[in-house]
Design a protein around this ligand. Structure first.
Ligand code: G4P
Length: 535
């Protein structure tokens, strides 16, 4: 292929990519919405995988369940489908028992996010945490308010909840007509359409949407009834006075979220969401490396590892490293330089995620994810690229939120424990810290159930039995400062609280959030960091 033809193809393929993740609190409807999106994309067998994954989620400490889940989750970690000429990559953001640092890190590998809010419950804790991660890169977010078929909060209250709790402007693009048993559908503000809601039952065809000539059209009263029409007119008037008009620029800057209302289980409002998403969500954008910004349209292939997943065969320490392509084209069998070690790697057995037809797919483009099987060479944060020494930034470790002390049942197995912890922490779902004083080993995780997972895996893969016990730590922060004297003083004054992480980086623990806030106040020369670059 000529250089010019390649440049044109690279541009075309990049611009039609949409790589995103879903943020939500458990039970808001992420799995249901994912399935519906996949069904629109024709990736029906992947929809089955999503359900299977959920079904296998029960017993986290049950080894078989973890094994089974791993097999499924490698394939359902990235779901790609085609719709309307776009190639969509949906990255799974594990949310229940498997909620972990991975969930956060996936959000650093996407170009935008979809937020699902339960109309009954409003903004919940996990959504808030995930939103904070999105904010690190000003990731654009679209919102789907789900379960309108239930009696939930009023739409104004929900918007207020999102704006005040998540600090983002809401710009509704559809507006609900009634709610719960009285839910009739939504008014599509852009198209002046009424979309009618119907409970989904097999074989029924949804009622056609009706175009109206503005809200004053008497047809509206006939279609939804006078009372509902009066309510809708009043709502939209209020919205026009006090709401934010949709501004694509503000959406792309992560300042405003377009809001859609619907019911995922009834496939209502999902198509409009998907179509608006494809129209407005960003294609892959330039990514920051240490030395410079890298445009996706550069011909040189480059990408960054954002997730490591243990593969099915634990005896072989078999792992799949997930790489996001940031520039150029990946093609099977190509060589790329592993920048941390400076060695070239032959990428012949990479998994290219493709929902419809995996066979015959030989290449991947910016925004796509490939899985690279390896035996531990590849770590989270590693860059693969051509000869230019690139090191991508922005794939961090996140400060854990739960902590436990490791108690080794058989003290003669200390070496195996060290080895096991070293290898398992490299996968990135859990971290471990050693206090500056004493011999404790502290595990830290973003999702508390990871402690069970780690104990089960240490036992099965390393034949090391541990229990974990509570420890008086509520937060940890990595330390950085331009003032070496102040940093030394902080360490000296707080020796009991000093720890180092698995890679030897200094950090400080806090018994409460309050103590952390106090330290931040008292030590303005020190940066207390909630994230640390992985490499
Ligand atoms: P998650 O992945 O965010 O955890 O949520 P998931 O999709 O599994 O949905 C959680 C529950 O909410 C499921 O019910 C699901 O059917 C239900 N749900 C999803 N969307 C809607 C909706 O629009 N309206 C209503 N009323 N319910 C919705 P479940 O009983 O836990 O499971 P299932 O047996 O129905 O699958």
């Amino acid at each position: 292929m000529s250089d010019k033809a390649f440049t044109v193809q690279l541009k075309r393929e990049t611009l039609r990519r949409r790589t995103f993740g879903i943020i939500s609190h458990p039970d808001a409807g992420k799995t249901t919405l994912t399935e519906k999106l996949l069904l629109f994309g024709g990736a029906i067998h992947m929809a089955g995988a999503v359900k299977a994954k959920k079904a296998s989620r029960h017993a986290t400490s049950d080894w078989m369940a973890i094994e089974k889940e791993r097999g499924i989750s490698v394939t359902s970690s990235v779901m790609q489908f085609e719709y309307g000429g776009y190639a969509v990559n949906l990255l799974d953001t594990p949310g229940h028992q498997d909620f972990s640092e991975d969930t956060y890190r996936v959000l650093t590998a996407v170009d935008s996010a979809l937020m699902v809010i339960d109309s009954v419950k409003g903004v919940e804790t996990q959504t808030k945490k995930l939103m904070d991660v999105c904010r690190m890169r000003d990731t654009p977010i679209m919102t789907f308010v789900n379960k309108l078929d239930r009696d939930g909060r009023s739409p104004f209250e929900l918007l207020d909840d999102i704006e005040s709790n998540l600090g983002i402007e809401c710009a509704p693009l559809t507006w609900p007509i009634g709610m719960g048993k009285l839910f009739q559908g939504v008014f599509d503000l852009r198209a002046n359409l009424i979309r009618f809601f119907e409970v989904e039952t097999k074989g029924t065809k949804p009622r056609e949407a009706a175009v109206i000539k503005g809200l004053d059209d008497p047809e509206l009263d006939r279609l939804i009834g006078e009372a509902a029409a009066a309510d809708l007119r009043r709502d939209i008037e209020l919205l026009e006075g006090a709401g934010y008009p949709f501004d694509p620029e503000r959406y792309l800057a992560g300042r405003q979220t377009p809001v859609f209302f619907g019911s995922a289980v009834n496939t209502f409002g999902v198509r409009e969401l998907l179509e608006a998403f494809l129209e407005y969500a960003p294609a892959p954008r330039p990514r920051q490396a240490e030395s410079r910004e890298v445009s996706p349209f550069e011909e040189q292939f480059s990408g960054v590892i954002f997730k490591i997943q243990a593969n099915m065969d634990p005896a072989h320490r078999d792992r799949v490293a997930f790489l996001r392509v940031n520039s150029g084209r990946f093609s099977r069998g190509m060589k790329a330089r592993h920048q941390r070690t400076g060695k070239d790697m032959l990428l012949h057995n990479a998994i290219i995620f493709m929902a419809q037809d995996r066979s015959g797919v030989e290449e991947a483009w910016p925004g796509d994810i490939i899985g690279i099987p390896n035996h531990g060479t590849l770590r989270i944060g590693d860059t693969l690229s051509g000869k230019e020494p690139l090191r991508y930034l922005g794939i961090p470790h996140f400060a854990p939120e739960h902590f436990r002390r490791v108690i080794l049942k058989n003290p003669f197995k200390a070496k195996q424990l060290d080895k096991g912890l070293e290898q398992l922490t490299e996968e990135g779902a859990i971290q471990f810290f050693r206090p500056a004083q004493g011999r404790d080993q502290i595990l830290g995780a973003v999702g508390a159930l990871q402690f069970d997972v780690i104990a089960a895996r240490l036992s099965a893969e390393y034949d090391v039995q541990i229990i974990t016990e509570p420890v008086n730590i509520a937060a940890v922060r990595w330390l950085a400062s331009d003032d070496a004297v102040a940093l030394d003083r902080l360490k000296r004054d707080n020796q009991n609280a000093m720890v180092t992480d698995a890679d030897g980086h200094p950090a400080m623990t806090f018994a409460s959030e309050w103590r952390l806030e106090k330290a931040v106040e008292e030590w303005p020369q020190i940066r207390f960091l909630a994230t640390r670059e992985c490499v």
